[in-house]
Write a protein that binds this ligand. Structure first.
Ligand SMILES: [Ca+2]
Ligand SMILES: [Ca+2]
Ligand SMILES: [Ca+2]
Ligand SMILES: [Ca+2]
Length: 368
């Protein structure tokens, strides 16, 4: 200061000047090298500094998406981890905020490059060493990042949406189906990022065609998974044969796919060609009208297989000729005794058909 006389005086005072911290951080692994989404990065702000105070007293917060709002609370802990989703961007910017004890802040940002991680491509083959046994092999499944050996697989054998196995590195499985039908077993493949790819494939669980040739005078036929009961009867009046008939009982029925009758299951094609009556005379050599009665197991079909089947029953007879045809045979359904009764004027190949494909397929979204 200087007064009007030119005299001066001086004084000094310490002014506390505070400066913002210097923010800096490292990222591991290298954020400039694109890595699959989900990779866990370690962020280390330990090298941040301040002119007035030690680093230990500085607080940091992390703004993972650089939207101006910290996603972590301020903390003196300088190390944090975070991972990124590809959906949020191929390049994502992380912002560090460093705060000194006076509340001044410094900031730094780094870009992290992210690669998409797709679900595995599920694929499998299968073999059927027996008609109801299926061996599955998913080893050809692949992933965009993980080698096949690290992929885990699980199986839904029916395609009903419920997994029947745990996830496992083992790529093969085997299953024996308790019931015939067309199933959509579904493979689920999971990569190390827990992304899951799935594939359903249709599998027909159908017994092989049983050769049904009614020969001899016995009353039973051995078939693939059951016994067909056959009975023959003859009505006579005054020693003359007036009526011949067969009763066929099969529980449960076999099924066989029939190319000619597309879209249906054929239950027990049976041949009535060489049955002998008690007197030794072959049935098919007796002229006239024959009664064919087929008994069905209502409880099994309706309550075990849950088939509303009775209205779907059809009886066909194979008519040779050019072209040979399956022709429908009229019949009467006796729901009281669970029998189907038809009259035929000739023997040959018959097929009992249930148009049940609409009901019996498992609940599954068809891929076509
Ligand atoms: Ca400071
Ligand atoms: Ca944020
Ligand atoms: Ca993947
Ligand atoms: Ca299942």
């Amino acid at each position: 200061m200087r007064d009007t006389d030119g005299l001066t005086s001086e004084a000094t005072q310490d002014i506390a000047l505070n400066t913002p911290p210097t923010a800096t951080f490292t990222v591991s692994p290298d954020p400039d090298t694109p890595l699959r989404e989900g990779t866990v990065y370690t962020f280390d702000a330990s090298a941040s500094s301040d002119a007035e105070e030690p680093a230990a007293s500085l607080e940091v917060c992390w703004d993972w998406d650089n939207n101006g709002n910290c996603d972590t609370a301020y903390s003196t802990t300088k190390i944090a981890t975070h991972s990124f989703a590809y959906d949020d961007g191929e390049v994502q910017t992380v912002r560090l905020v460093v705060r000194d004890t006076y509340g001044l802040t410094g900031e730094a940002t780094r870009d992290v490059h992210v690669l998409q991680d797709l679900p595995p491509t599920a694929t499998f083959t299968f073999t059927q060493p027996a008609w109801n046994q299926v061996n599955f092999d998913a080893s050809a499944s692949t992933d965009d990042h993980d080698p096949p050996a690290t992929l885990q697989v699980a199986w839904d054998y029916q395609g009903d949406g419920d997994l029947d196995t745990e996830y496992s590195l083992l790529k093969t499985a085997s299953y024996t189906y308790p019931h015939l039908g067309c199933y959509w077993p579904t493979l689920y493949v999971k990569d190390t990022f827990d992304r899951v790819g799935a594939l359903p494939r249709p599998v027909n669980i159908i017994p092989p065609t049983a050769a049904i040739s009614l020969t001899g005078s016995g009353g039973t036929l051995n078939s693939i998974d059951g016994i067909v009961q056959v009975a023959v009867y003859t009505d006579t009046v005054g020693g003359d044969v007036i009526s011949n008939g067969l009763v066929i009982t099969y529980t449960p029925w076999l099924t066989l796919p029939h190319d000619i009758m597309t879209g249906t299951f054929v239950y027990q094609g049976f041949t009535l060609s060489a049955w002998s009556l008690a007197d030794g005379q072959p049935v098919n050599e007796i002229s006239g009208t024959y009664t064919i009665t087929v008994s069905y197991d209502y409880d099994y079909l309706a309550h075990v297989l849950h088939l509303p089947f009775e209205e779907e029953l059809e009886l066909y007879h194979w008519a040779s000729g050019t072209p040979a045809l399956w022709t429908p045979v009229d019949f009467t359904l006796d729901t009281a005794t669970d029998r189907l009764v038809a009259a035929a004027s000739s023997f040959g190949d018959f097929a009992l058909v249930m148009d049940v494909h609409r009901f019996y397929l498992p609940r599954v979204a068809r891929s076509n």
